[in-house]
Design a protein around this ligand. Structure first.
Ligand code: THU
Length: 139
Protein backbone atom coordinates (compact mmCIF):
# COMPACT_ATOMS: atom_id res chain seq x y z
CA UNK A 1 0.00 0.00 0.00
CA UNK A 2 1.25 3.51 -0.77
CA UNK A 3 0.80 6.45 1.66
CA UNK A 4 -2.50 7.45 0.15
CA UNK A 5 -3.87 3.89 0.33
CA UNK A 6 -2.76 3.56 3.97
CA UNK A 7 -4.54 6.85 4.83
CA UNK A 8 -7.68 5.62 3.05
CA UNK A 9 -7.52 2.32 4.89
CA UNK A 10 -7.23 4.11 8.25
CA UNK A 11 -10.25 6.23 7.33
CA UNK A 12 -12.19 3.13 6.30
CA UNK A 13 -11.37 1.39 9.56
CA UNK A 14 -12.46 4.43 11.59
CA UNK A 15 -15.75 4.48 9.65
CA UNK A 16 -16.31 0.76 10.31
CA UNK A 17 -15.59 1.32 14.03
CA UNK A 18 -18.01 4.24 14.18
CA UNK A 19 -20.67 2.07 12.52
CA UNK A 20 -19.94 -0.71 15.03
CA UNK A 21 -20.92 1.68 17.84
CA UNK A 22 -24.27 2.32 16.15
CA UNK A 23 -25.20 -1.36 15.81
CA UNK A 24 -28.66 -2.36 17.02
CA UNK A 25 -28.03 -5.83 18.40
CA UNK A 26 -29.96 -6.22 21.67
CA UNK A 27 -30.62 -9.96 21.10
CA UNK A 28 -27.22 -11.32 20.13
CA UNK A 29 -25.19 -8.47 21.62
CA UNK A 30 -22.87 -9.20 18.69
CA UNK A 31 -22.16 -5.76 17.26
CA UNK A 32 -20.78 -5.42 13.74
CA UNK A 33 -19.73 -2.36 11.76
CA UNK A 34 -18.88 -2.25 8.08
CA UNK A 35 -17.45 0.40 5.81
CA UNK A 36 -16.82 0.26 2.08
CA UNK A 37 -14.84 2.44 -0.26
CA UNK A 38 -16.81 3.27 -3.40
CA UNK A 39 -15.25 3.54 -6.84
CA UNK A 40 -15.86 7.29 -6.63
CA UNK A 41 -13.69 7.43 -3.51
CA UNK A 42 -16.45 7.84 -0.95
CA UNK A 43 -16.78 5.88 2.26
CA UNK A 44 -20.14 4.33 3.14
CA UNK A 45 -21.14 2.66 6.40
CA UNK A 46 -23.49 0.04 7.79
CA UNK A 47 -24.16 -1.75 11.05
CA UNK A 48 -26.20 -4.80 11.92
CA UNK A 49 -29.84 -4.12 12.73
CA UNK A 50 -31.63 -6.88 14.59
CA UNK A 51 -35.35 -7.44 15.08
CA UNK A 52 -37.58 -9.04 17.71
CA UNK A 53 -38.60 -11.31 14.84
CA UNK A 54 -35.03 -12.62 14.68
CA UNK A 55 -35.06 -13.70 11.03
CA UNK A 56 -35.53 -10.10 9.93
CA UNK A 57 -32.08 -9.15 11.20
CA UNK A 58 -29.86 -7.55 8.56
CA UNK A 59 -26.08 -7.75 8.76
CA UNK A 60 -23.72 -4.78 8.73
CA UNK A 61 -22.31 -5.62 5.30
CA UNK A 62 -25.70 -5.73 3.58
CA UNK A 63 -26.86 -2.56 5.31
CA UNK A 64 -23.63 -0.87 4.23
CA UNK A 65 -24.19 -1.81 0.59
CA UNK A 66 -27.90 -0.88 0.64
CA UNK A 67 -27.10 2.41 2.34
CA UNK A 68 -24.72 3.18 -0.51
CA UNK A 69 -27.09 2.10 -3.28
CA UNK A 70 -29.83 4.38 -1.96
CA UNK A 71 -27.29 7.20 -2.04
CA UNK A 72 -26.44 6.55 -5.68
CA UNK A 73 -23.23 4.54 -5.45
CA UNK A 74 -23.25 0.93 -6.64
CA UNK A 75 -19.60 0.15 -7.29
CA UNK A 76 -17.06 -0.60 -4.61
CA UNK A 77 -13.34 -1.21 -4.20
CA UNK A 78 -13.10 -2.78 -0.76
CA UNK A 79 -15.17 -3.52 2.35
CA UNK A 80 -14.02 -3.72 5.98
CA UNK A 81 -15.93 -5.60 8.67
CA UNK A 82 -15.15 -4.55 12.25
CA UNK A 83 -16.05 -6.39 15.45
CA UNK A 84 -14.68 -6.60 18.96
CA UNK A 85 -14.40 -10.39 18.84
CA UNK A 86 -11.20 -12.30 19.49
CA UNK A 87 -12.06 -14.45 16.48
CA UNK A 88 -12.09 -12.39 13.30
CA UNK A 89 -15.64 -12.26 11.92
CA UNK A 90 -16.11 -13.46 8.34
CA UNK A 91 -19.13 -12.29 6.30
CA UNK A 92 -22.09 -14.69 6.46
CA UNK A 93 -23.27 -16.54 3.38
CA UNK A 94 -26.04 -14.06 2.57
CA UNK A 95 -23.59 -11.16 2.75
CA UNK A 96 -21.11 -12.99 0.53
CA UNK A 97 -23.79 -13.25 -2.13
CA UNK A 98 -24.66 -9.54 -1.87
CA UNK A 99 -20.98 -8.55 -1.88
CA UNK A 100 -20.48 -10.67 -5.03
CA UNK A 101 -23.26 -8.67 -6.72
CA UNK A 102 -21.50 -5.32 -6.33
CA UNK A 103 -17.76 -5.99 -5.96
CA UNK A 104 -15.24 -7.34 -8.44
CA UNK A 105 -14.13 -10.93 -7.92
CA UNK A 106 -10.65 -9.70 -7.03
CA UNK A 107 -11.84 -7.04 -4.54
CA UNK A 108 -10.54 -7.39 -0.98
CA UNK A 109 -12.85 -8.09 1.95
CA UNK A 110 -11.18 -7.39 5.28
CA UNK A 111 -12.10 -8.41 8.80
CA UNK A 112 -10.51 -6.39 11.59
CA UNK A 113 -10.97 -6.57 15.36
CA UNK A 114 -10.26 -4.38 18.40
CA UNK A 115 -6.76 -5.86 18.67
CA UNK A 116 -6.16 -4.63 15.14
CA UNK A 117 -5.80 -8.23 13.96
CA UNK A 118 -6.75 -8.51 10.33
CA UNK A 119 -7.74 -11.12 7.82
CA UNK A 120 -8.27 -10.51 4.14
CA UNK A 121 -10.03 -12.53 1.47
CA UNK A 122 -10.96 -11.77 -2.11
CA UNK A 123 -14.64 -11.89 -3.07
CA UNK A 124 -13.76 -14.91 -5.22
CA UNK A 125 -12.31 -16.75 -2.23
CA UNK A 126 -15.41 -16.09 -0.14
CA UNK A 127 -17.83 -17.24 -2.83
CA UNK A 128 -16.29 -19.19 -5.70
CA UNK A 129 -18.41 -19.66 -8.84
CA UNK A 130 -20.91 -17.10 -7.57
CA UNK A 131 -24.23 -16.55 -9.29
CA UNK A 132 -23.95 -12.88 -10.27
CA UNK A 133 -25.33 -10.35 -12.79
CA UNK A 134 -23.26 -12.00 -15.54
CA UNK A 135 -25.55 -15.03 -15.26
CA UNK A 136 -28.72 -13.02 -15.89
CA UNK A 137 -27.66 -10.06 -17.99
CA UNK A 138 -25.74 -9.71 -21.28
CA UNK A 139 -22.45 -8.79 -19.60
N1 THU B 1 -23.62 -10.25 11.61
C1 THU B 1 -23.20 -9.23 10.82
O1 THU B 1 -23.70 -8.12 10.89
N2 THU B 1 -22.22 -9.50 9.94
C2 THU B 1 -21.52 -10.65 9.87
O2 THU B 1 -20.60 -10.76 9.07
C3 THU B 1 -21.85 -11.77 10.75
C4 THU B 1 -23.10 -11.60 11.53
C5 THU B 1 -24.64 -9.95 12.63
C6 THU B 1 -26.00 -10.54 12.42
C7 THU B 1 -26.52 -10.58 13.85
O3 THU B 1 -27.06 -9.32 14.19
C8 THU B 1 -25.29 -10.81 14.69
O4 THU B 1 -24.19 -10.45 13.87
C9 THU B 1 -25.13 -12.24 15.19
O5 THU B 1 -25.29 -13.14 14.15
Amino acid sequence: MNKNEIARFDELLLAAKAAYHLAYAPYSNFHVGAAALTKNGNIVQGCNVENASYGLTVCAERNCISNSVINGEQEFEVIVVYTEQDKLTPPCGACRQVIAEFFEQSAPVLSVNHKNEQKVWTVQELLPDAFTPKDLLDL
